[in-house]
Design a protein around this ligand. Structure first.
Ligand code: FDA
Ligand code: 7N5
Ligand code: MN
Length: 493
């Protein structure tokens, strides 16, 4: 009676019959996977029955694969699998399809929208064992990375080549996961998001088919050959297939990098500065807004001493002459908006500390109330509408009485409003985040600039793209994944 002692978190069975068929199915699939794939972890006490040397029961492993860095918590995966090659990913997909078992691609689990969280019985497919960097073309500025390769690992490998990959969400995410969420972050204002920096993808579909979205070996900077399936997969959040390698566009390492911070009396002065910098076409590399609460958070968490006022964190790339020109123009605009003198990061250590503190802001926010839940919005609007969007969010946050603040990649018109959620505030937080998303949509923007739809933003997707477009999106998903086995419950309700 081993099977009946098993705990399935949050999943309610109406009767014994589906429970038994669930176990039988999971058991058969686990056995098939353990024969065909190198590493499999099985929850629910099935491991002792399967008895393969590669199979182990581990609640901890399943728990680890049940969530990302967001607040979304649902079920544990039934099985976790670590394919060791693209062929094994295809094998896993075929077996899951044969058993009609949903599949969830797992990158590094740093997502912000619950993308890896199972919504029903599912197999979590951890792709980190595929971790090769290949096909580096120094003359053409491109390289291929498998799903286990993170952006830091790639840049470490590239350090002596004079090239780098600039898309930087702060977290050390997998590059294929970044493609799957359409990630961006701090450097996008100058270098673009994943959309502009992926040339081709190798993917495995739910039925095990392996293909290249732009055709095998394609790595050209532009193409008008048919539909752009590469972009279709960017931001698909595991709902269309597995990304098993990404051909990435590289950039030359800047000759000079200069970073500074500048404080402002009000958040609107900082936002207006950012808008004017962009309107003057200054090719700034990073322009990050941190409001007073965000500054308090980084000061506490990263042991900094910035004045508790709204700030812009800035970075300039180029030759000595061009960075000098960019700095002069930016300082003039900041001065006209009551900005302080720039405080420069003088050493490499100061530079690293400044940006690490910015990247750790999410953890700094959570540290306000250790053990608490934090939620972040991800609105993005045309830059000219940024002041209106941010002042609307700031007013809502003020009225709500919640503990929270605003930060943003303001060069892209993208900002996050974060709040700490106490037990009885869930409804209040939901209405706040929804209102922020709706306002962005009303201003010609989007409810998500970089984190994705995941679970929480599904109702806003319809509002943003409209019913007809949503229907077409669902039809496209269906043509890639007719049985609906790829990451069900994400992006679409
Ligand atoms: C502190 C901090 C700060 C930030 C962020 C996170 C954290 C913790 N993020 C969010 C996050 O880093 C980003 O969403 C990454 O792209 C997620 O990559 P993972 O590999 O961790 O994907 P993860 O494993 O979390 O999966 C995310 C989604 O993609 C799918 N997926 C993952 N790998 C796949 C593959 N190989 N094939 C198909 N589907 C796959 C999953 O199924 C899931 O739906 C972010 N983001 C951002 O854009 N800008 C930012 O500024 C930040 N900042
Ligand atoms: C509230 C921060 C969310 C993570 C993120 O996207 C960022 O730090 O930019
Ligand atoms: Mn961000």
């Amino acid at each position: 009676m081993l099977l009946f002692t098993t705990k399935i978190v949050g999943w309610k069975f109406q009767s014994l019959k589906p429970l038994l068929s669930y176990y039988k199915n999971t058991y058969c699939l686990a056995r098939a996977l353990s024969v065909n794939v190198n590493v499999v972890e099985v929850e629910n006490g099935l491991a002792s029955i399967v008895g393969s040397k590669y199979v182990a029961t581990s609640h901890a492993i399943c728990e680890q694969h049940s969530h990302d860095e967001s607040y979304h918590r649902h079920l544990l995966p039934s099985i976790v699998v670590w394919p060791q090659s693209v062929g094994e990913v295809s094998e896993v997909a075929k077996l899951c399809t044969a058993h009609k078992m949903p599949m969830i691609p797992f990158g590094t689990g740093t997502g912000m929208e619950g993308g890896v969280a199972p919504m029903g019985p599912s197999v979590s497919i951890n792709l980190t064992k595929l971790n090769e960097i290949t096909d580096l073309h120094l003359d053409d500025f491109d390289v291929k990375a498998q799903p286990g390769v993170t952006r830091k690992q790639l840049n470490y490998d590239l350090r002596s080549t004079g090239l780098w990959f600039p898309v930087d969400p702060g977290s050390d995410a997998s590059l294929c996961g970044m493609a799957a969420t359409g990630a961006s972050g701090t450097n996008a204002v100058r270098y673009g998001t994943m959309k502009q920096n992926v040339l081709n993808l190798q993917v495995v579909l739910a039925d095990g088919t392996i293909l290249h979205t732009a055709g095998e070996k394609r790595r050209c900077k532009k193409s008008s050959a048919g539909y752009n399936l590469t972009e279709l997969f960017i931001g698909s959040e595991g709902t269309l297939g597995f990304i098993t390698s990404a051909t990435l566009r590289l950039h030359g390492q800047p000759e000079m990098t200069k970073s500074a911070v500048c404080s402002f009396p009000t958040i609107m002065d900082a936002v207006n500065t950012a808008m004017q910098i962009l309107q003057c076409s200054i090719p700034i590399a990073r322009i990050e807004l941190l409001d007073e609460t965000s500054i308090k958070a980084v000061n506490n968490y990263s042991h900094l001493t910035h004045p508790e006022m709204p700030h812009l964190f800035l970075e300039f790339h180029g030759s000595a002459a061009s960075t000098g020109e960019q700095v002069d123009q930016t300082a003039e605009i900041a001065g006209l908006n009551s900005g302080s003198e720039f405080k420069w990061a003088e050493t490499q250590e100061e530079h690293n500390h400044l940006w690490q503190a910015r990247h750790d802001l999410w953890y700094a926010v959570k540290a306000f109330k250790p053990g608490s839940t934090a939620i972040s919005t991800d609105a993005c609007v045309p830059v000219s509408a940024l002041a209106e969007a941010i002042s609307h969010s700031a007013a809502l946050l003020d009225e709500s009485g919640l503990i929270g603040g605003i930060l943003g990649h303001v060069g892209d018109g993208n900002y996050h409003c974060f709040v700490i959620v106490e037990d009885d505030q869930a409804k209040l937080v939901e209405s706040l985040t929804k209102a922020i998303g709706k306002k962005a949509i009303e201003l010609g923007g989007t409810c998500t600039g970089e984190h994705g739809i995941g679970i929480g933003k599904r109702p806003l997707l319809k509002e943003e793209v409209g019913e007809k477009t949503l229907k077409l999106m669902k039809a496209i998903k269906c043509s890639f994944d007719p049985l609906g086995l790829m990451n069900p419950g994400k992006v679409f309700s």
